[in-house]
Design a protein around this ligand. Structure first.
Ligand code: PRX
Length: 693
């Protein structure tokens, strides 16, 4: 973290179609204390002319002009946009009140997020269009999943009715509510109902444990939990209500119940399983509906009224409750959805993220609904009952925009082309990725096999903290380069800096910071102002520190190299893990890889690599040597792995991020310590530890 970053990558600009090949010219790194990047990726994909003609932003000239305005006069830019995009009950008096790190946007204004997502469409022809098309998990190969469609009018009605249930149970503005639900429309209804009455929701991913629920309740002092009896996952039932019951009994170190603030639990019936109902505490959603009507005007809330808290794990310590507020967040989610996905009312848009992640908040619920679009929501896993689940859904609903994660794309690559090939994917017109750097090989596969070489790919860089996408191409304007999130969105001023906070030269690497406040930025960590300042605002005073390492090429494109904490230091050479991983995956036999450092007396750190192979490929000593040499060829001898381990699967968080912290412990031959509650499949760890040499 302390060194200056310097990347030595040379970018060769060639604008051409998909035929170009990856270039790799290893060279001996010169410096010894800098991050070194030696991989070339010189393919450039110009936007398709026909796509550009119909896109919201049609050319780089248009993008550059608007971007310039947005950076030079941000308050005017955002004020114009807020007037144009949002429906207000009361106009604001001051666009921005800023004293780092505290931002207030659209001060004095009043609006409601649920009103902006629903009521505003009721008098238009969008009212009777599908807002949510929901597909349940299929029971088996022969029994398809349930399906339900809610029009905007229907969704509005359900949200109003549920909001009245909240009021009936004493929920007031600013009360905190935990939502622990499967991927059903009721999850979105619950979120929108909270927003409607001014309660603050905190969605906890349905795969998290009772302990995680209890910790989160304790941290935010939640008064209510909204859950379901159970949810389906890969053919079995996750006992959600039982997990909540257990959470409510967990005691903290002081012997007190962690979740003592919870007064009521509302339970949606999804799985039809037997559950315990505690009298006066637990209530069935469908029973409560009998007591309410659908008349519930949206509360008039201040622009800075808290909308949600979403917990995200830091590299150490307890999860941080990231706080987002009303107007700025919604404006960010709405505008980025519109311009980056080129969203139009006739699109069928599918973001595959779970509602428990920020992507599910901004790009499954708030952003697309604020644009009046049709959203597909799927309950199950991508490979259950067979690995073509996603592609059958794309075909069935004529999905036009698909937004998913690189980890999913690599899994699809591993399962093979035959699964997507079984389906007609011609309805797709745009593809997106988020969550981690996408290696060029996966990008090209996504482009060719899923996008049929005709769909632009938007690689979107952002964070829970940023609320919305910060760096991404505009599909009708920006030429894309596989592996780069390209250029900043309007009003966003990212910069790469060295340790003294000085901007580094173009082409060099550094810490990614954001220089100007933006409307959808986090407003704090719930209940922990000190940590908020320390984590985000102390590294580079006055700027928001993202925690990511990045480099910018000579065209100004941003290439994220990963979390700064993950950077390796091998014999004085600082190497980004993403680069070594990308080199490994460029070998046609490798499905996925994770790279970590292991303490080494001689070199400081040795490079340990965990590799999963594509289906049908056999692990062997010969393959290890070949992969070592391949990395040496792609990056340079210094990056040759010291230790390659084949694994059936890698330990990942539920949102698909590789848990390097655990791999580091395995690589160092240590026992696994620390929090593993966010791990998707615990058995992966046992198998990995057993595979140690
Ligand atoms: O390291 C970056 C990586 O994911 C981090 C944010 O994670 P989270 O808050 O869970 O939000 C995920 C959904 C926005 C970032 O700091 N990341 C996210 N998107 C990309 C990425 N890294 C490279 N390229 C991306 N497109």
């Amino acid at each position: 973290m302390t060194e200056l970053f310097q990347f030595m990558s040379k970018q060769k600009k060639t604008t051409r179609k998909a035929s170009a090949k990856r270039k790799s010219t290893p060279k001996q790194p010169a410096a010894t204390s800098n991050i070194e990047s030696m991989m070339h990726e010189d393919r450039v994909f110009a936007p398709d002319k026909e796509f550009s003609k119909h896109a919201h932003i049609k050319s780089m000239t248009q993008y550059k002009k608007l971007y310039k305005q947005s950076i030079e006069s941000p308050e005017k830019f955002w004020s114009d946009q807020a007037k144009e995009e949002l429906v207000w009950f009361k106009p604001w008096k001051k666009t921005l009140q800023w004293k780092a790190p505290d931002a207030k946007w659209f001060v004095g204004g009043q609006l409601n997020v649920s009103h902006n997502c629903l009521d505003r469409w009721l008098e238009s022809d969008i009212a009777n269009r599908a807002a949510i098309i929901w597909e349940g998990e299929p029971d088996s190969l022969t029994r398809p999943g349930e399906e339900r469609t809610l029009t905007y009018r229907q969704l509005h009605r359900e949200v109003c009715r549920f909001a009245n249930i909240l009021k009936r149970h004493g929920i007031k503005k600013r009360d905190r509510i935990i939502i622990y639900m499967p991927m059903t429309p009721e999850a979105a209804i619950a979120m929108l109902a909270c927003a409607r009455v001014g309660a603050i929701h905190s969605v906890v991913f349905g795969g998290f444990s009772s302990q995680s629920i209890a910790d989160r309740i304790s941290d935010c002092g939640a008064k209510m939990v909204i859950t379901a009896d159970g949810g389906y996952r890969r053919g079995s039932i996750v006992p959600l209500k039982k997990n909540v019951d257990d959470a409510l009994l967990i005691k903290g170190e002081d012997g007190e119940l962690l979740a003592k603030s919870v007064e009521k639990v509302i339970v949606h019936r999804r799985a039809n399983i037997d559950i315990h109902i505690e009298p006066n505490r637990d209530f069935w959603w469908h029973r409560e509906l009998e007591y309410v009507d659908a008349n519930c005007p949206a509360a008039k809330l201040d622009s800075e009224h808290p909308l949600f808290i979403l917990y995200t794990s830091g590299s150490t310590g307890k999860p941080k409750g990231i706080l987002h507020t009303t107007a700025g967040y919604l404006l960010g989610a709405k505008m980025t959805s519109k311009y980056i996905f080129d969203l139009k009312p006739e699109d069928v848009y599918w973001c595959t993220a779970d509602v428990g992640w920020v992507t599910g908040h901004s790009y499954m619920v708030y952003g697309p609904l604020a644009n009046g679009s049709t959203v597909v929501m799927y309950e199950g896993a991508p490979n259950y009952p067979e690995p073509d689940r996603f592609w059958s859904i794309v075909e069935k609903y004529s999905v036009s925009i698909l937004y998913t994660a690189p980890t999913a794309i690599r899994a699809f690559m591993k399962w093979g082309e035959k699964w997507p090939k079984k389906h007609d994917l011609s309805s797709l017109r745009l593809l997106g990725t988020v969550g981690e750097p996408i290696n060029p090989e996966a990008w090209i596969w996504y482009h060719e096999v899923i996008g049929g070489k005709r769909c632009p790919i938007v690689d979107t860089w952002w964070q829970t903290e940023t609320g919305g996408i910060m760096i991404a191409p505009l599909p009708g304007a920006t030429p894309t380069k596989p592996g780069s999130a390209t250029l900043p969105f309007f009003g966003i001023k990212p910069e790469l800096v060295d340790d003294s906070g000085e901007a580094v030269k173009k082409g060099e690497g550094g810490k990614l910071v954001v220089r100007q406040p933006w409307p959808s930025m986090l407003r704090g960590i719930w209940g922990d102002k000190k940590r908020f300042k320390e984590v985000y605002w102390s590294e580079v005073p006055g700027s928001y520190f993202t925690g990511d390492g990045c480099r910018q090429d000579k065209d100004g494109y941003f290439w994220i190299v990963g979390r700064i904490d993950d950077v390796l230091n091998v014999a004085g050479h600082r190497i980004g893990t993403a680069e070594v991983e990308s080199a490994l995956v460029s070998d046609h036999r490798v499905a996925e890889s994770a790279v970590v450092g292991r303490p080494d007396d001689l070199k400081g750190q040795a490079i340990v690599v965990f590799v999963t192979l594509k289906e049908g490929v056999k692990a062997s000593e010969k393959l290890k040597i070949e992969l070592r040499n391949h990395v040496g060829k792609e990056i340079g001898p210094v990056a040759k792995p010291d230790d390659i381990r084949f694994a059936e699967a890698l330990p990942k968080t539920r949102s698909g991020k590789i848990m390097r912290r655990l791999l580091k412990q395995i690589a160092a031959g240590k026992e696994i310590q620390g929090d593993t509650t966010t791990l998707e499949d615990l058995s992966v760890l046992t198998r990995l530890s057993a595979s140690e040499e």
